[in-house]
Write a protein that binds this ligand. Structure first.
Ligand code: 13P
Length: 248
């Protein structure tokens, strides 16, 4: 059985001070949770402070992005070695906001995953279709293209996939549990056909996950966890999501 995995993607939210306040109030709320893996991905500027507070707890630290070169003249970018030295073990790559606002292509995502993994970082790869693409019945075609492009020459070691339909992100319009399960099943089917180790890989759902809807989503066999934006910004809301993710 795949262990549930709940991740917080804070996006461009929280200063260093706010990060500390969150973690100090969140940790006691989840101190007895051992049956759900937890990860928090704050902005780069909060990573080092967060890593000190999360040390020796069950909560892992992730970054929201990374560059595909190891070092050099790339003003404003952050390397995998920098993330590791700040205490990260994981990085989110290919989020739709990065694809949309920062022109990240599947090829760039592929390069980022390669460099991150060569340096020993775990990766959460985000994929998902837009509203237009879903309405035109092109969801599977889009997933297929994103998987083959992003995972070109990459095995499934230390990988997690997050299915995040763009129309569900930040809109309050969650995919139904059936829609999520159907997309996850398609993704797992693609991985089984093309890679080793697809049975143990975890597929997270992302898009307007809340304490109220997490249990229903998790009741689906192919939903192994969630990547949570807005509802991960308050400690009690995120703790409720973690607890609601326990498989019954
Ligand atoms: P929301 O939970 O705010 O919809 O964001 C989802 C997301 O993009 C997580 O990466």
């Amino acid at each position: 059985m795949r262990k549930p995995f709940i991740s917080a993607n804070w996006k461009m939210n929280k200063t260093v001070g706010e990060t500390g306040e969150f973690i100090n109030s969140f940790l006691p709320m989840v101190k007895d949770v051992t049956d759900v893996d937890m990860l928090i991905a704050p902005p780069f500027t909060s990573l080092h402070a967060a890593s000190r507070l999360l040390k020796d707890t069950g909560v892992k630290l992730g970054a929201q992005n990374v560059f595909y070169e190891e070092k050099g003249a790339f003003t404003g970018e952050i390397s995998p070695a920098m993330l590791l030295s700040a205490g990260c073990s994981c990085v989110i790559i290919g989020h739709s906001e990065r694809r949309q606002y920062f022109m990240e292509t599947d090829e760039i995502v592929n390069r980022k995953i390669k460099t991150a993994r060569e340096n020993g970082l775990e990766v959460i790869l985000c994929i998902g279709e837009s509203l237009n693409e879903r309405e035109e019945n092109r969801t599977f075609e889009v997933l297929d293209r994103q998987l083959s492009g992003s995972l070109k020459d990459i095995n499934l070691d230390a990988m997690t996939i997050a299915y995040e339909p763009i129309w569900a992100i930040g809109t309050g319009k969650t995919a139904t549990k059936e829609q999520a399960n159907e997309a996850h099943a398609y993704i797992r089917g693609w991985l089984k056909k093309n890679r080793e180790g697809a049975d143990t890989l975890r597929i997270l759902y992302g898009g307007s996950v809340t304490p109220e809807n997490v249990a229903a989503l998790m009741s689906e066999p192919e939903v192994d966890g969630a990547l949570v934006g807005g509802a991960s910004l308050k400690p009690d809301s995120f703790a409720k999501i973690v607890k609601g993710a326990r498989k019954q």
